[in-house]
Write a protein that binds this ligand. Structure first.
Ligand SMILES: Cc1cc2nc3c(=O)[nH]c(=O)nc-3n(C[C@H](O)[C@H](O)[C@H](O)COP(=O)(O)O)c2cc1C
Length: 354
């Protein structure tokens, strides 16, 4: 299977594992990369030294390419960018914020940049900024979502940029991979599917919760992070919906304090980062507080195993997930299924013509 994405990244199959909070641990990243896809470490809530340690742990388990995500503009983000460039990470994924300087620094060091965006307008800007690949996440996706579904946004983006596009949101198998290729993508990003694998860092009871959930068991809410987040419905989302407001101020402030400690930044760096995020994300301090509090709620689910009051980002695709295989099994199944469907499609179209 060859696309511009496999060529650019030096991987066998155009299947990328999405960066995911505290669960995209080195073991998962290495398992995906060893199986011919590309694993991505989530660095959002790690201090620079922890990220370096995780990168080295990945390299001990695989010699294949992998990626790390980076949220541009967060407190202490420059030090994290330095670690990623210094370690010559093969791919950096970034979401919100302004990554222009990072892209300039990465150029010439062999590090590729993948911009994760939600709309065609943002894709065009990412290309202008110098990104190598653009990942389009449709509204089916787990985590932060746009308003447009993958089936509409993907061909729109593919028509407007020259760099390769990969599709995110709703993918879990070969059928989806083939559909993404037909819609103009050159690969897929899978989040929820790889979250529910043997190697993912999720506690077993939370993995089972995803397996039991149907496609109708997720909600999009702005009550957790302040912007549209797709999560599994639970007592937390019901409570917040019932009250018609977000996480409490007390929780936001303690979340912010905990984030400072986790990131290992000084008060000065923390405040400077806060002001920069406010400008680059066009977000209020109240929203930034929600983001910090949300991270603590995600840890409550993914570290402590609390399925009732933790926040569990998850896509509608959990309705199509009914097992907990290894990451390698997912990749093998996806590739085999895509091949089989491609053949059967050829026959279907031939029969219709006849
Ligand atoms: C459990 C989970 C955690 C996530 N955490 C993050 C994150 O920390 N940072 C991020 O940029 N995206 C995060 N996302 C979003 C994914 O990167 C990706 O866009 C999404 O999972 C794709 O949709 P899918 O879940 O339908 O495959 C998360 C998604 C899931 C399912």
């Amino acid at each position: 299977m060859k696309t511009r994405v496999t060529e650019l990244l030096g991987i066998k199959y155009p299947i990328i594992q999405a960066p995911m909070g505290p669960i995209a641990v080195p073991r998962l990243v290495a398992a995906v990369s060893n199986a011919g896809g590309l694993g991505v470490l989530a660095s959002g809530r790690l201090a620079p030294d922890d990220i370096r340690e995780d990168i080295r742990a990945i390299r001990e388990q695989t010699d294949r390419p992998f990626g790390v995500n980076l949220t541009a503009g967060t407190p202490g983000y420059e030090r994290i960018a330095e670690v990623l460039l210094d370690e010559q990470v093969p791919l950096i994924c970034h979401g919100r914020g302004n990554p222009k300087r990072l892209i300039e620094q990465a150029g010439g060091r062999g590090t590729r940049i993948m911009a994760m965006i939600g709309t065609a307008r943002h894709a065009v800007r990412a290309e202008q900024d110098g990104a190598d690949i653009v990942a389009v996440a449709g509204m089916e996706a787990g985590g932060h979502v746009s308003y447009i579904g993958t089936i509409v946004s993907l061909p729109l983006v593919a028509a407007r940029v020259n760099i390769p596009v990969v599709a995110a949101g709703g993918f879990c198998d070969g059928r989806g991979l083939l559909a993404a290729l037909a819609l103009g993508a050159e690969g897929v990003v899978m989040g929820t599917r790889f979250a529910v694998t043997q190697e993912s860092g999720m506690p077993l009871n939370i993995k089972q919760k995803y397996v039991e959930s149907t496609e109708a068991d997720t909600v999009i809410t702005d009550a957790i992070t302040g912007t549209r987040l797709r999560v599994l419905r639970n007592r937390l989302t019901d409570d917040l919906e019932g009250k018609g407001r977000g996480l409490s101020w007390r929780e936001r402030i303690s979340g912010a304090l905990q984030t400072r400690r986790t990131l290992g930044v000084s008060w000065w760096q923390f405040l400077a980062g806060g002001f920069r995020m406010r400008r680059e994300y066009e977000a209020s301090f109240s929203e930034l507080g929600s983001l910090a509090a949300a991270a603590v709620r995600v840890d409550r689910a993914f570290v402590q195993g609390d399925a009732d009051f933790g926040a569990m980002p998850g896509g509608q695709v959990c309705g199509r997930i009914d097992d907990i295989p290894t990451a390698a099994e997912i990749i093998e199944r996806t590739v085999a299924e895509a091949g089989a469907i491609l053949e059967s499609l050829g026959q279907k179209m031939y029969l219709q013509e006849g």
